[in-house]
Design a protein. Structure first.
Length: 273
């Protein structure tokens, strides 16, 4: 499982670039820019964003007594810059589409494992993941991108790599409660790394704000799974995707609350693409 998703993402990125180039002689940035949603005449954020920030209840649910699970698109309306009229780069668009499905994957795996083990942490964090994927959907709508999740029930994904990852993780999580909790921690590691990568590929304030809040949520979730693994199985979790030093920084911090705060760099282990 280790490293599999990174190779698939690289291939997917190359394919996206080829498809865009083949569809038109117009530069890719212009093609994607044509899909961009424009701001209202007064520069106000869409009502859907305000509604999302006001009803983000799932992210405040306690997770195994460790405080709030995360915060996804909180205070997105506070971003001072208006909606972008310059379009998205290929990397920005690919990142948003991928993160929409990756957050769905986290939700779907946790719902499935809750049905198997009945441990509240899976249900609680699945609720937070629902708000995470909704926050990314808000950005897709803002920039005029088609939603890859439309019509897909639990356990079904448009991206073949994520479909394979879901199948692998749920199979592993059914083996034992300890394995299920390790799956949860692994998903949060993957989320952290992908969100950090996406943050490095954009300078758009609205995308950066959502990613920062999702990062905080994923760090909180990682801490919750690690703590619960120790409590339920007496096992000490070892990071599967992150550098040990970066993982130690995250685990050494208490639950993060409020809007996006200081971020710990995830970092990949050597040898991974």
């Amino acid at each position: 499982m280790k490293g599999h998703i990174w190779r698939q993402r690289l291939l997917a990125g190359i394919l996206v670039g080829l498809l865009v180039s083949a569809c038109s002689a117009t530069p890719a940035s212009t093609v994607i820019g044509a899909l961009t949603a424009t701001t209202s005449t007064d520069g106000a954020a869409p009502a859907s964003i305000a509604a999302l920030t006001e009803t983000n209840v799932a992210d405040t649910m306690p997770v195994e007594g460790q405080g709030s699970g995360s915060a996804s698109a909180e205070s997105l309306d506070a971003v001072s810059t208006p909606l972008s009229v310059n379009g998205l780069t290929e990397n920005e668009a690919a990142s948003l589409l991928y993160m929409r499905e990756e957050e769905k994957l986290a939700h779907d795996v946790y719902i499935t494992l809750f049905e198997v083990w009945g441990l509240p942490i899976f249900q609680n964090i699945a609720n937070s993941e629902s708000s995470h994927t909704a926050a990314v959907l808000t950005l897709l709508e803002r920039y005029g991108l088609d939603d890859p999740v439309t019509g897909n029930p639990v356990g079904v994904f448009t991206d073949p790599a994520l479909q394979s990852l879901y199948d692998e993780l749920t199979a592993q999580g059914r083996q034992s409660l300890a394995e299920a909790l390790k799956v949860g921690a692994a998903i949060e590691e993957i989320d952290i790394l992908d969100l950090e990568e996406g943050s490095q590929q954009t300078d758009k304030a609205d995308i950066l704000q959502v990613y920062a809040n999702l990062l905080k949520g994923s760090r909180n979730h990682l801490r919750s799974f690690v703590k619960t693994l120790q409590q339920q199985a007496g096992e000490t979790y070892a990071p599967q995707y992150m550098e040990q030093a970066a993982y130690d920084v995250i685990i050494g911090v208490q639950t993060e609350r409020g809007n996006s705060g200081a971020q710990a760099a995830g970092g990949r282990r050597g040898g991974r693409p």
